[in-house]
Design a protein around this ligand. Structure first.
Ligand SMILES: Cc1cc2nc3c(=O)[nH]c(=O)nc-3n(C[C@H](O)[C@H](O)[C@H](O)COP(=O)(O)OP(=O)(O)OC[C@H]3O[C@@H](n4cnc5c(N)ncnc54)[C@H](O)[C@@H]3O)c2cc1C
Length: 503
């Protein structure tokens, strides 16, 4: 047990690698490095993981369940999708390693399969993404079958929210995120990592190198390498050492979920979810062990990282779950209100790689499926730290131009279908005041005006467009970034090349 605690209050002064951030990415990386005997490893992060995403995660181990119409459309999106596919193969080993350290009283794997339901509560987007999912399953030769929604254990929606189609996807289950994090910590303590319950205030820079971190209480830990894995706050922390670095902006994707005890009715035995929709990851229920069920999850891109929950989000999630999943959920007893910030990047892709300051590595931007991808990303990063070839494409290097996967017109249309999905799911009506076509035209105009305002041909994802046109702070931030990008086009390309070549 290497942990500074009341009996042993000494915090370490030096380490070969300091990992800042104790979410899934930081902890899996620490485990991987210790296993490889990569020297002394220190993980710094607050025990309560305030505002972190991992502690709020489902944590569905979903590849095809996450597929949208965009997932396989471009080389970059397909490459991103395949990170999830490859990560999936690692989980049986992860679970057998961690199970002996678990104290949850039930298996860490809480579900072994998914059912995806298609109802008519959202909008056309559900159908589009549902069909994209089936096409992807076929393309990758993965098993799935159509199933009568009435046969899905636990699935008893209100009659007007019933599903008319559903598919069974074997092998896409879920784990108990909080149980996995606790087991990882127990294992890290045993195998020799040092965990420090603290916040890093700033990175310490010496010339063009990062040489350590300073904690909020002023304590300094010197390090050969610093890995920043602080989720949505990663950009802010990197900027303490490199204010002018051309990083892709990060935005916090505030999410809310509930962990609740079932008091009656038939429990869910699999993940049951809708496709991704309405700027979010779809409505889902995940068996959570010990008679509990996880209900998730909302997603809104926000200006500031915090662990608040919007009252509207609490209302939507409760209402959608009771209507669309199981009416009995009205009697569930909430045992934890979970909120966390997904690390969202401006272009929606991860940011993983060395930064142009020696000794500084960034590992973030995993958005919706970072828990699932963490074991693979940990191996990739450990390889890179040890000077070996990485496991994922270098296009996700943090110093890059934003990856472009759609045209402006496509971006506007995506924004329209997501807005309609959110509109109808919240129970708003179009007719009789206006038709759905008129409503779509209204959102299309808003989308077009936003692009005119920003004067850019970089086509945002629908969630970023929603944020950019809906938040003054967000809009200004993105406008500043786009201006810098216009001015820096060639400089940026050469920085990215240099960072890649230097390692
Ligand atoms: C509601 C919700 C549901 C989700 N569901 C799923 C799912 O079903 N499947 C899936 O795969 N993914 C899911 N995700 C996404 C997933 O949780 C993230 O992609 C992933 O957990 C990110 O992990 P991370 O370690 O990079 O960041 P985080 O989990 O955010 O961890 C960062 C840690 O760094 C700490 N920290 C911050 N600043 C500092 C500092 N200055 N010094 C020290 N420590 C600091 C934070 O307290 C936090 O503990 C979900 C996310 C949310 C919010």
């Amino acid at each position: 047990m290497q942990r500074p605690n009341s009996a042993n209050p000494e915090k370490p002064k030096q380490a070969d690698v300091v990992i800042v951030g104790n979410g899934a990415l930081g902890l899996f990386l620490a485990e991987e490095l210790i296993e490889r005997k990569a020297g002394s490893i220190v993980v710094v992060g607050p025990d309560d993981r305030d505002a972190g995403a991992s502690k709020a995660a489902g944590a569905m181990l979903g590849c095809f369940g996450e597929v949208t119409a965009d997932s396989l459309k471009t080389h970059a999106s397909r490459t991103r999708f395949e990170i999830g596919l490859r990560a999936h193969e690692r989980w049986p080993d992860v679970l057998s390693r961690l199970e002996p350290y678990s104290k949850t009283g039930s298996p860490l794997q809480t579900a072994a399969e998914s059912h995806v339901v298609l109802n008519a509560i959202g909008a056309e987007l559900d159908t589009i993404n549902f069909e994209a999912m089936i096409k992807a399953l076929d393309e990758y030769g993965k098993p799935w079958s159509e199933i009568d929604p009435k046969e899905i254990p636990g699935f008893k929606p209100r009659t007007d929210a019933r599903s008319l189609r559903s598919i069974h996807v074997p092998g896409e289950g879920a784990v108990d995120a909080r149980g996995v994090l606790a087991a990882l910590e127990a294992r890290l303590d045993e195998i020799g990592a040092t965990r420090v319950d603290a916040i890093v205030r700033r990175l310490i820079k010496d010339g063009e190198a990062v040489t350590g971190v300073e904690l909020a209480d002023g304590h300094v830990i010197e390090a050969g390498t610093v890995v920043v894995a602080t989720g949505a706050s990663s950009e802010n922390l990197v900027r303490t050492a490199a204010e002018d670095l051309e990083l892709i902006p990060m935005i916090a994707g505030l999410g809310f979920a509930m962990l609740a005890k079932r008091t009656g009715g038939e429990p869910f035995r699999s993940v049951v979810r809708t496709p991704n929709r309405g700027f979010a990851c779809g409505l889902h229920v995940v068996p959570a062990g010990n008679g509990r069920e996880y209900l998730g999850a909302t997603n809104r891109l926000v200006d500031d990282i915090s662990s608040v929950t919007w009252v509207g989000d609490a209302r939507y999630l409760a209402q959608y779950a009771m209507q669309q999943l199981d009416e009995q959920i009205a009697r569930h007893e909430v045992v934890s209100w979970l909120s966390g910030n997904r690390p969202v990047t401006f272009d929606g892709f991860p940011m993983i790689g060395w930064l142009p300051l020696d000794g500084l590595y960034l590992m973030t931007g995993t958005y919706r499926d970072g828990f699932h991808c963490a074991p693979l990303l940990a191996s990739h990063v450990a390889n890179e730290l040890q000077g070996q070839p990485g496991l994922i494409d270098s296009m996700f290097n943090p110093v890059r131009r934003p990856i472009q996967v759609r045209t402006v017109e496509e971006s506007i249309e995506e924004y329209v279908v997501h807005s309609l999905a959110a509109w109808f799911e919240t129970g708003a009506e179009a007719a009789p005041q206006m038709t759905t076509t008129q409503l779509a035209a209204y959102y299309r105009t808003r989308g077009r005006e936003a692009f005119e305002h920003f004067g850019t041909d970089y086509a945002f994802g629908p969630d970023v467009l929603w944020y950019a046109e809906g938040s003054l702070v967000g809009g200004r931030r993105i406008a500043r970034y786009l201006n810098r990008l216009r001015g820096n086009a060639s400089a940026l390309a050469s920085v990215a090349g240099a960072a890649g070549a230097a390692r």
